[in-house]
Write a protein that binds this ligand. Sequence first.
Ligand SMILES: Cc1ncc(COP(=O)(O)O)c(C=O)c1O
Length: 259
Amino acid sequence: MKTYADMTREELLALKAELDEQFKTEEAKGHSFNMARGKPGVSQLVLSMPMLSVINDESDMNTVLGNDTRNYGDWDGIGECRRMMAGMLGVQKDNVIVCGNSSLNIMYDTVVRSMVRGVNGSKPWCKLDKVKFLCPVPGYDRHFKITEVFDIEMINIPMRDDGPDMDLVEQYVNHDDAVKGIWCVPKYSNPTGISYSDEVVRRFANLKPKAEDFRIFWDNAYCIHHLYDDRQDEILNILDECEKQATPIWFTFFVPHPK
Ligand SMILES: Cc1ncc(COP(=O)(O)O)c(C=O)c1O
């Protein structure tokens, strides 16, 4: 069977018209459709109910590492929380910053700060004539929305079975200093579900960016999803690979799913 990727524009438009008709027929039956993707089912929501009562006035609020969590935090935040996340991400606690519970907010904020303040002292992106981002496609629409909001030119990079087309990625990143970032979901990448191969991760770590302020936006949202299933993919740890290459060019975002 032909996939969408195999179809011509005309075939896709014809299929869309057909599906629109089907949708109208179903809609006329009075169904109410919610097309939001990734929405947890009721039984999954029930799973997280104990979280609402796990902390109460009997709870010990002093952490093993010494802070009283009822008070303002210390310089390095809540150490246990960083340690817990470090275990999930497979990195050292010192490489973890724990922020609020929406990673998309953090990604948005990171792009805003790069726009307004620049990255590590380099020129703010808003003062540059052109800022480009690489966007592996198909990819996550909400990543693309962030770069779209700031008029960042988005360059499509075809996805393969083992990750983005790295020949193209290297060509852009290593030769064009307007290319400032790339969106990545390295594990169970949406919407196709593929995971990056070891070779792809190594090639990311081995990039030689033309721009000093180039960053990989490594959204490892699904790093623990396999805990709920026997099947699991393992991806190489990009931080370890970057350290081997002495190229500190990574960002990791963690999403504590399921919500
Ligand atoms: C790849 C990816 N990144 C980020 C998010 C959003 O995460 P958050 O709710 O932490 O903003 C999602 C949501 O499902 C996602 O699929």
